[in-house]
Design a protein. Structure first.
Ligand SMILES: O=C(O)CCC(=O)C(=O)O
Length: 421
């Protein structure tokens, strides 16, 4: 079925239409956005097989709760409590369908994502050019790389990871006071997405905002361990500085002005948030995932991995490459917003996390995002008659609604938004 929508309909409204149940249907329809929608940015003409709401012939009205369900669809179970209870098998809720299950074997391959010395960017002309080229190739070929000599103090990196490890080992009640809800996701959580009956991931997490300042609220950060707030302030400040440098590198490599991407993100008014992932020991790691395959919806992610145990896997064609973390390196990856701004010269690459039967794992994912109410679209300089804009303009607020509702789902969102050609 094909029809036209009003010129001024926002993508959020469009997604809301797709997810809105008919008055007689208690559940949102189960739909796959990529297979159902394609948006032409100019005409906003939509092609879908059907939508429940439109079928019901009712005029569309925004539903106040659509963007932010108040609560989780099922009671939350902390994966850490399950693991600590010594369950001998993975409960059904965490068992992935066979094609999604990981192959757990000792990974002896020496294939790894590129490792880059960022110090070269501040070196002489030759070193600077070499570093730019290495990062350019890594962005085009992998969407992922590791950086060392990045300016963040190694002791601060270790301290930040350890203070979070201690947080997760606090008594249940001390963490539970920060239990989160899907409205903002801030706090202590155990699931992404609000689809009832979804197969869950084998992890807990803590999510907090660092920028913009209006969203930062220390009371929503754990009060214990006592050093946590101070350590995370300093860590975030240094990581934001590093992100600023990387934004310059990426802009230059795309042939844009050094400040282009930063300005497109909102200058100093960007968003930055931290998700600390805790992957408890798992009795059957070959049946589940710590985090399902996804691309990051934001701009760029700086991951501080666990030095003690690998777990992150990056998609390379039909293979999953296990990242071997270099000491005191950050793992950098391109998110969907940079894929959009670069008109797909850079791709946000799918990744996932495997778990381990005898080691827990802690990682800190720092998300550097555009200001949430700014339309993000392909840079005009990268749009040509041969390569027209692949994506319509969309704010990050509108964009991230998808993952907040549906949870991690590969690259389905950014692919679904590609204009038909
Ligand atoms: O834990 C990891 O290695 C990756 C985490 C991640 O992909 C995320 O938090 O989005």
């Amino acid at each position: 079925m094909s029809f036209s929508l009003p010129q001024d309909i926002s993508p959020t409204a469009l997604i809301a239409i797709l997810l809105t149940p008919t008055p007689n249907s208690p559940q949102p329809p189960s739909i796959s956005l990529p297979s159902l929608i394609s948006i032409n940015s100019n005409k906003r003409t939509c092609l879908f097989h059907r939508t429940y709401y439109i079928e019901s012939n009712q005029p569309w009205k925004p539903k106040p709760d659509m963007n932010s369900p108040k609560d989780w669809p099922e009671p939350i179970v902390r994966v850490q409590s399950l693991s600590d209870s010594g369950v001998p098998v993975v409960p059904d809720r965490y068992i992935k369908p066979p094609p999604e299950r990981p192959l757990i074997s000792s990974d002896n391959s020496d294939i790894n994502i590129p490792l880059i010395d960022l110090g070269g960017f501040f070196g002489d002309e030759y070193l600077r050019a070499t570093t730019l080229t290495q990062i350019s190739e890594a962005c085009r070929e992998w969407g992922f790389f590791q950086v060392v000599n990045h300016g963040v103090r190694p002791e601060l990196m270790d301290g930040a990871r350890e203070v979070w490890r201690q947080f997760f080992h606090l008594p249940f009640e001390s963490k539970q006071v920060y239990a989160n809800a899907p409205k903002t996701y801030e706090g202590y959580g155990s699931r992404l997405g609000v689809q009832k009956g979804a197969i869950l991931d084998w992890s807990d997490y803590y999510f907090l905002h660092y920028l913009p300042c209006s969203l930062k609220d220390h009371h929503k950060w754990p009060a214990l361990p006592v050093s946590l707030r101070e350590v995370i302030e300093e860590y975030s400040e240094q990581v934001v500085k590093l992100c600023g440098v990387l934004m310059k590198v990426l802009s230059l490599n795309l042939g844009l002005r050094e400040e282009y991407l930063q300005n497109a993100f909102g200058g100093t008014n960007i968003g930055a948030c931290l998700r600390v992932n805790f992957y408890p020991k798992c009795p059957q790691p070959d049946l589940t995932l710590g985090l399902s395959s996804h691309s990051d919806p934001g701009g760029m992610t700086l991951l501080l991995p666990d030095q003690r145990v690998a777990g992150l896997q990056v998609r390379r064609g039909n293979n999953w490459i296990t990242v071997k973390p270099a000491r005191h390196a950050f793992i950098v990856n391109i998110g969907d917003q940079i894929q959009v701004l670069s008109n797909a010269i850079y791709k946000s690459v799918e990744h996932r996390v495997i778990v381990n039967s005898n080691k827990e794992r802690v990682s800190l994912a720092f998300f550097y995002n555009p200001r949430s109410d700014l339309p993000i679209e392909p840079a005009k300089e990268l749009v040509t008659p041969d390569k027209p804009a692949l994506y319509p303009a969309m704010t990050f607020d509108e964009y991230r609604l998808f993952i907040r509702l549906k949870g991690p789902q590969g690259k389905s969102q950014v692919e679904s938004l590609k204009s038909p050609r």
